[in-house]
Write a protein that binds this ligand. Sequence first.
Ligand code: ZN
Length: 495
Amino acid sequence: MLNKTIALSALLLVGACSRAPEPKTVPTPQRNGQGPSGDNTRAGGDSGRAGGNAPAQPRPYNRVITRDAKTRRGMFAVHRVNDKLYFEIPKNELNKDMLMVGRFTRAAAANPRLPGGQFGNYGGDQFTERTLRWDRSGNRIILRSPSFAIVADSTNPVYRAVQAANYPPVIAVLNVEAYGPDSAAVVDVTRLYTTSVPEFAAIRGTLDERRSFVENALAFPDNVEVEATQTGTPSPAPGGAGGGGGGQGQGPQAAQSVLAHWSLVRLPERPMVPRRWDERVGYFSIAQVDFGTSEQRSADRSYISRYRLEKKDPSAALSEPVKPIVYYVDPATPEQWKPWIRKAILDWQPAFEAAGFKNAIIAMDPPANDPDWSAEDIRHTVIRWLPSTIENAQGPHVSDPRTGEILNGSVRMFHNVLNLQRDWYFTQASPLDPRARTLPFPDSLMGRLLEFVVAHEIGHTLGLRHDQIGSSTYPADSVRSASWVHRMGHAPSIM
Ligand SMILES: [Zn+2]
């Protein structure tokens, strides 16, 4: 669909970028690379009551949330009191499906001059993703991580068996420190963010609590955002490869610090109606096993990853969506490329218009004077510019594990993808295009090449995989015909 708007795509090869990671269908605990101490640590109200062994004894509210508290109110109230972080969880947020996504705000990317140092940790890189549910039991809050890998309709008796086989792991047991108005439970969550809780930790290894601390906490109507510096010693990577920020080379592992950001968002209370995946159409998907069928056997169900677009005016053939898909352009992008990145975002509008949506996808710059806005907030889809020598780009996304609804996309442009595009275009088109016969290319040409890659990566964040089968349907002799390629493009889609 986009090939007609992007003529240059005829000259570029598919497959430059790394594919977005396969969506995680089962949020299983990540034990990989966990140091020996990692599994033993569990968050508790404070160290003396970790694991909830001692009886919880709530105190008066104002003894816990003192006048010094820095408070923000939203889905939860979040209170910072000295170096402690408290969540005040209202009753109506208990037992709700939530998603926690952890990303680096600042990290130490590996030195690109060292072997294996090209991929590193960059701002926006994701280090964890978990479904979470907060329950109260007496004076304790139990934090669990539910799974949606096996399902059944809740009106079906077999649902009970599915539930019994789906007992979610307990990530933390937190004593209720106090009760707020309306019996909202106040819990100390500091240790979730400053100690080696494997489901939360930004560094796979041993964290040093004395060098880890909460930096910020914000609350919004549907999400809570926490930022903390974590310092620790990474576990050696499997196979001994470098990577990650800290300890390359020989000798004892050096400490590493990251500014980590956790976005905790309530999953939609009205789940999106999922759309069945069909192997003929290249979508990323989530998979579930449904035991509630009348087929006399379980059914493997796969649902595509897609945004939930709903028409403002359902009766109109072409309508704006209730909620458009917004892509932000990273302010760190070199100025001369920003217009091309905005153009790549808008290149997708005709595809959505064909599906009945006007202005479904729009380009924006982050607000200049909003200290609460962050690129790591899961509500913000950002096209990032990253100082990496790797000649590539990526387009991962985060989706609701229950339905496949895309909640967030993240385009990661590595700086030296420019080099890859220049080499391709020089090799393939310089005999035909005089602009490509001198280096560096003019910005007008390089921008167009960049636009192509960004539009392709956006396609991944919209849930689309590489369109290998579609590409195979174009006969080779047709692709060699200039007039045919002008009309049809070199492949049926930009993917
Ligand atoms: Zn790709």
